[in-house]
Design a protein around this ligand. Structure first.
Ligand code: NAI
Length: 358
């Protein structure tokens, strides 16, 4: 057995670094908050350059999950795992089995599911080692399976909401989608069915080719998609795409997408607001997947998930109303609302148990 796990704490976050050289496993789990329940968030499998990049990503994503789970009204705290994708060939099943043993050692404070680079089959390899994983193939009418279609549905409904708010009919709209993975491609199909005209980009030609074989889309270069002349820009790739360089070039008046951590920094929310661009906070729009994961964890059925995902636009409307009233970015409003929900839960927990949660 060559599995190593080290534990650390920084700025209220619990950090678990793990490695098992026998199967090329190396990664980080961050538990950001346990105030509302076990820290839950997907497992990202990505070719990180180094350990610092991995840690930075895990910490930001874990904080985002605390906010997302709180705003979705879920009894879950926030956490995230990231695993470095090894170069060259590797034994995928052995790697995810070893990750399952890491989760089992941590003992339920963190619950994993899919994220960028991981699949339901990976989660099955994890489940063979531990109960602390979800996103597994659904059992009968119970919730379960790949969270991506639910994420795409929540983003689609959010887009419908903000377009209606601005008097734009989806059937008359032009929308740019960045990233055509599990969520982005599904979102494109839904938008196409609703009559939207699509401009898309992905780093990989096979992703654009696959979509183009299915529905009509204009393909542009990945470095140009944010600047497309459209009504709405939907970032569905990786985080940090809305920043000081890209924001001045954006022509869309609306932004709503699936990617986690779309804003480079908090200041970028103010930049968008100053330009009159309505930005839907990512963790409000993209909660569909975690709603499905939570339903699987809690033993709810699929109808429950459908209802809960269809309530995303109500929460979004609340955020946007407050932002409009205060003339500030919806991102700042959503952050404050999430922090308040977590602080109240932490306060109640400390009061009940005499303990200070993370
Ligand atoms: P995925 O890995 O299936 O797809 C991501 C796609 O983006 C890939 O096709 C990749 O080639 C492309 N891409 C990466 N960088 C790009 C760039 N600079 N320009 C254009 N394309 C680029 O990932 P998935 O599951 O579709 O997730 C997309 C985003 O949504 C991620 O940020 C993820 O964290 C977030 N998210 C996903 C959820 C889910 O249920 N899968 C839930 C909530 C958030």
């Amino acid at each position: 057995m060559t599995l190593r796990i080290s534990r650390d704490e920084d700025d209220g976050q619990r950090i678990f670094r793990f490695a098992d050289p026998s199967c090329d496993l190396a990664g980080v789990i961050v538990v950001d908050s346990l105030a509302l329940g076990p820290a839950t968030g997907g497992c990202r499998f990505w070719p990180y350059d180094d350990a610092a990049a991995m840690l930075c990503d895990a910490r930001r994503l874990a904080r985002g999950m605390s906010y997302k789970n709180a705003m979705a009204g879920l009894p879950l705290g926030g956490g995230k795992s990231v695993i470095r994708r090894p170069e060259g060939s590797f034994d995928r099943a052995a790697l995810f089995a070893a990750f399952g043993r890491v989760l089992d050692e941590i003992g339920g404070d963190y619950l994993a599911a899919e994220d960028v680079g991981t699949t339901p089959a990976d989660m099955e390899a994890v489940r063979a080692q531990t109960p602390f994983v979800f996103g597994l193939p659904a059992d009968g009418a119970l919730a379960g399976g790949d969270p991506s279609p639910w994420t795409a549905l929540g983003v689609f409904l959010s887009i419908g909401h903000i377009c209606a708010r601005r008097g734009i009919s989806l059937s008359d709209s032009r929308i740019a989608v960045q990233g055509l993975g599990n969520v982005g491609a599904d979102l494109c199909r839904r938008l196409h069915e609703a009559g939207a005209r699509l401009v898309v980009a992905d780093l990989h030609a096979h992703a654009t080719d696959r979509l183009r074989a299915d529905i009509p889309v204009d393909v542009v270069a990945p470095e140009a998609i944010h600047a497309a002349d459209v009504d709405l820009f939907a970032p569905c790739a990786l985080g940090g795409g809305l920043n000081r360089t890209t924001i001045p070039e954006i022509k869309a008046r609306l932004i709503a997408g699936a990617a986690n951590n779309q804003l480079g920094t908090g200041a970028d929310a103010a930049l968008l607001h100053a330009r009159g661009i309505l930005y839907v906070p990512d963790f409000v729009a993209n909660a569909g997947g975690i709603i499905n994961v939570a339903a699987e964890y809690l033993g709810h059925d699929r109808h429950h998930v459908v209802d809960a995902v269809h309530r995303i636009p109500d929460r979004l409307a609340d955020v946007l109303d407050r932002a409009e009233a205060a003339d500030i970015s919806p991102a700042h409003v959503a952050d404050a609302m999430a922090r308040d929900l977590i602080a109240r839960a932490a306060g109640a927990m400390a009061g009940n148990e005499g303990k200070r949660p993370l």
